[in-house]
Design a protein around this ligand. Sequence first.
Ligand code: ZN
Length: 247
Amino acid sequence: MLTIMRALILSDIHANLEALEAVFTDAQFWGGFDAIGCLGDTVGYGPDPAACIERLREFELVAVAGNHDAAAVGSIDASDFNDYAKAAMHWTAGQLDDGHRDFLSSLPMVSVQEPFTLVHGSLRDPIVEYLLDRDSAMGTLALLETKYCLVGHSHISFVCNEIQGEPGFNEFPEIEPFLLGDDRLIINPGSVGQPRDRDPRSSYAIYDSSVSTIERYRVAYDIAKTQQKMKTEGLPLHLIDRLNHGL
Ligand code: ZN
């Protein structure tokens, strides 16, 4: 799917419809897209799990499962979730109909779409491990069979390149085409619906196969509107507040 086109690379939407719509609009401004690669956690935390699933499914879509997606349909035990995540997860489960549940249950842990492998956390532990350091990067590079790996889960964007077997983490710059070259890479586009790098704007990327680049963008969205919906639904205040701070 991702081989001959422009693909919107999204992760950690977390049921934030305002953020998702802002990303769709912004992506049109930057040249549009033909398909979506989604790196998991479409639901959880936010107030619009059903609508976010439905919006994504309007497009040509390749998606993998995140821990929140799996927990919402009971495919994993959520006992290691913190209290806020657990509360949101129970609320989320109650918002889904059979179609949403079938969609989330059908998501693979890993999807190979040359030249990428898509996974939520890491190849070593697809929906649990956070890929943020040398050890976790080495674990994924050892299992990576395509040239590049796309991950989410940490809500922190980066480009990790492998040079002579050693992973090196670098910032994923904004509005600057990153050329996909010979080095093997692990790339995190950041989070659409709950950024955690102290910048509250949505983060996402677009892959353009015609020039073999991936480019990251940030876009502001109506945070107050998302927060108002969360208040109405009685979602935890901590989850509402953190959206202001990008944490
Ligand atoms: Zn997440």
